[in-house]
Design a protein around this ligand. Structure first.
Ligand code: NAP
Length: 270
């Protein structure tokens, strides 16, 4: 089994646990008996979830409120958990967001913050926690990419490229981990109703109207499929049949022609 069994001194660290897919991943890990460490910036939301999970599942639910773009704060995470007597056996790099619109009209600071959150923090937390997992010969990592990882995404250029990084990086690190007792799975969801669309600047009409209904998968189902995939030791998990087909098409289509086509469809480029 690729997900290590829960224990009182181990924890599943979930980033982006204040909203959406991260909340569901934390809920379902707790439902399986794992203690959880909830990481994001909005402390009140993390504390409310920690209280819910402690009560519902009798697990230890820790809160660490921090900004993942803050490198020293990230570096302090293993020490903070060690002080609380906890070892990270499961690492879920889920936090992320997207900007929208053409890069030639972008907000420079927000573009860089996105890359720090979606790319830099994922790689840094892997560097921080994988050595201990390999030393113990036990651990599982879930990196959250997107179906956007399989193709260019004009209108969300930096986001798509960041998720392509997460996918490629995860595949390589997974191969490096072979034989160590540690596994890595990359989750590539299609559209999911969370705070994501609003934080990216889409109106509800734009987000719901731009993609067909059959592609949308509820956050709880995305989390369920991800954890089953981890349990089965899968490398790449794409929730939903339509999204698996879409990813295949995105991967195999001529990339520049696809980018030109998608640029005509994207609501943020109209
Ligand atoms: N929803 C979709 O359609 C979709 C599709 C494919 C992939 N994904 C990916 O799934 C993951 C989760 O997204 P979601 O849909 O659940 O979106 P969401 O509801 O907006 O949640 C994003 C989470 O990331 C956290 N976060 C953002 N910036 C952060 C920072 N600087 N430091 C710490 N935490 C930060 C947010 O917490 P705070 O604001 O409290 O910090 C929040 O908990 C993301 O990686 C996203 O790219 C989403």
């Amino acid at each position: 089994m690729a997900l290590p069994p829960p224990s009182p001194t181990t924890t599943a660290l979930v980033t982006g646990a204040s909203s959406g897919i991260g909340v569901e991943l934390a809920r379902q890990l707790a439902g399986r008996g794992h203690g959880v460490t909830l990481v994001a910036r909005r402390e009140a939301k993390l504390s409310a979830l920690a209280a819910e999970l402690g009560q519902a599942h009798g697990v230890r639910a820790e809160v660490v409120a921090l900004d993942l773009t803050d490198a020293p704060a990230r570096a302090g995470l293993p020490g903070t958990l060690a002080e609380r007597g906890l070892t990270v056996d499961v690492l879920v790099n889920n936090a992320g967001f997207s900007t929208t619109g053409p890069v030639y009209r972008s907000d420079r600071a927000r573009e860089i913050t996105m890359i720090r959150t979606d790319v830099e923090a994922v790689a840094d937390l892997c560097s921080l926690f994988l050595p201990g997992m390999v030393e113990r010969g036990r651990g599982a990592v879930l990196n959250v990419a997107s179906t956007a990882a399989f193709q260019p995404l004009p209108g969300q250029a930096g986001y798509g490229a960041g998720k392509a990084f997460v996918l490629s990086y995860s595949r390589s690190v997974r191969a490096e981990l072979r034989g160590t007792g540690v596994t890595l799975t990359v989750l590539c969801p299609g559209p999911v109703k969370t705070e994501f669309a609003e934080s990216a600047g889409f109106t509800p009409e734009e987000s719901e109207g731009s993609l067909p209904k059959f592609m949308w998968v509820p956050a709880a189902e995305v989390a369920r499929v991800a954890l089953v995939g981890m349990e089965q030791g899968k490398g790449v998990v794409i929730p939903g049949f339509a999204n698996r087909v879409g990813a295949q098409v995105g991967r195999n289509a001529p990339q520049q022609a696809l980018a030109t086509f998608l640029a005509r469809q994207h609501p943020a480029l109209k």
